[in-house]
Design a protein around this ligand. Structure first.
Ligand SMILES: [Zn+2]
Ligand SMILES: [Zn+2]
Length: 399
């Protein structure tokens, strides 16, 4: 989005300060000097989402601004922030058409990418060249990423800008579709339909900053588009998210075959994403379920109910997000705690009791739940199972 005058004026001083800081950091980087400021320790908070059996899980933010459009930070700061936030991938997507700092900073499309690149490389981050095509509504704002020639998108007609991006092999997605719409409700206009039918529009932001868009979510499902969740940050990221209170920017999880620019691109065109927003994950069951399962570490898969009325199952959740589970049906052999929150990074205990009736031997039991904060559609939690083998003991001798 474009920030208003008040925010811009208010943050001008901070923007200048961060530029100085950034220039200092960049020169230290080039000279290979150890960074020894008096600021905060440089600490990265890892986002501990596991890889899937077939894919690497890459943590990405594909929408952010710098002073080269209407942002208030120098490009290198974006790389440093991404590193601190545990990301693998970032795309700088300055507006093409909206450059309010033009009296102070020369309009140079693509320059932010060049400036941030050495720092991103030094931090082992994947930096993707992008731009935001910024027009009235419709079509609204579109991000094009994996660009090679950003100035080529400076065209009079939006159609030509999108075509210029597509001809470079770019991945084009629709940003914050509800913005400036009546009641913030997203509308699918002819213009979007035209882009979509040409195969130019590949994804939509289901999450932009603090906003989740259920209409966009449903469109992605119905129209087979890629779900994106991005910060669209303009100020220093800490101004929007207080890490000390557990807040984090929205992250697009990309399930890639390799940790490269081409790997990210292939996964985005293949629609293999999920969105990590606040305390929720949004995506298709095909990715959320293996992500959920790979996050769990059972202390033991075996529960002993031989001659007992209860036993406990211990499950460690290595993901950085709680899983809020609610029983959804029941198993015939045993019952388990109906409401369970598998806390992020912790081990939780689930009580298991035998169901009525005599049982013996070892049986595989699957307890059905809904993960309430893993959304496979608007307001629809992911069905999951906790699978254990229960030892019911030796059969009782007939009298
Ligand atoms: Zn925008
Ligand atoms: Zn903006």
């Amino acid at each position: 989005m474009m920030r208003g005058m008040i925010a811009t004026r208010f943050h001008r001083k901070a923007g200048f300060g961060s530029r100085l800081l950034a220039v200092g950091m960049l020169s230290a980087w080039i000279l290979g000097l150890p960074w020894s400021g008096q600021g905060q320790q440089r600490i990265r908070t890892e986002l501990t989402f596991p890889n899937l059996p077939d894919y690497l899980t890459l943590k990405c933010d594909f929408h952010m601004h710098t002073v080269f459009s209407d942002g208030n930070v120098w490009p290198t700061v974006r790389a440093d922030e991404a590193w601190r936030d545990g990301l693998d991938v970032l795309a700088i997507t300055d507006h093409i058409e909206y450059v309010p700092h033009r009296d102070d900073i020369a309009v140079k499309h693509g320059r932010a990418y060049e400036l941030a690149k050495p720092m991103a490389e030094g931090l082992d981050l994947i930096l993707i060249q992008g731009a935001e095509i910024t027009r009235g509504e419709p079509p609204g704002h579109l991000n094009a990423i994996f660009l090679r020639d950003v100035p080529a998108l400076q065209t009079e007609k939006v159609e030509d800008a999108v075509q210029a991006a597509v001809s470079q092999g770019a991945f084009v997605f629709w940003n914050h579709p509800g913005w400036k719409q009546p009641q913030q409700k997203s509308v699918w206009y002819d213009q979007q339909d035209h882009f979509y039918r040409n195969g130019w529009l590949q994804g939509i932001e289901v999450v932009n900053g603090d906003d989740y868009d259920p209409i966009a979510h449903q469109w992605c499902l119905d129209k087979q588009l890629t779900m994106m969740g991005d910060s669209d940050v303009h100020d220093p990221i800490w101004m929007n998210y207080d890490a000390s209170r557990g807040q984090h920017r929205p992250v697009t999880l990309v399930f890639a075959r390799e940790r490269t620019v081409e790997g990210v691109r292939e996964a985005l065109f293949g629609r293999r994403t999920a969105v990590y927003w606040q305390d929720r994950l949004i995506g298709e069951a095909a990715y959320l379920r293996p992500l959920f399962e790979a996050s769990l570490e059972y202390k033991s898969r075996r529960v002993n109910l031989a001659g007992r009325t209860r036993a406990v199952l211990q499950i460690h959740n290595r993901a950085p997000i709680d899983f809020v589970l609610e029983a959804d049906g029941r198993a015939s052999e045993a019952t388990a705690t109906a409401s369970v929150t598998l806390a992020a990074g912790k081990t939780s205990m689930i009580e298991v009791r035998p169901a009525a009736g005599n049982r013996s031997g070892v049986r595989e039991v699957r307890f059905p739940y809904r993960a309430r904060n893993l959304w496979i559609a608007p307001n629809e939690g992911l069905p999951v199972e906790l699978a254990v083998s229960i030892d019911f003991g030796v059969p009782k001798k007939a009298p």
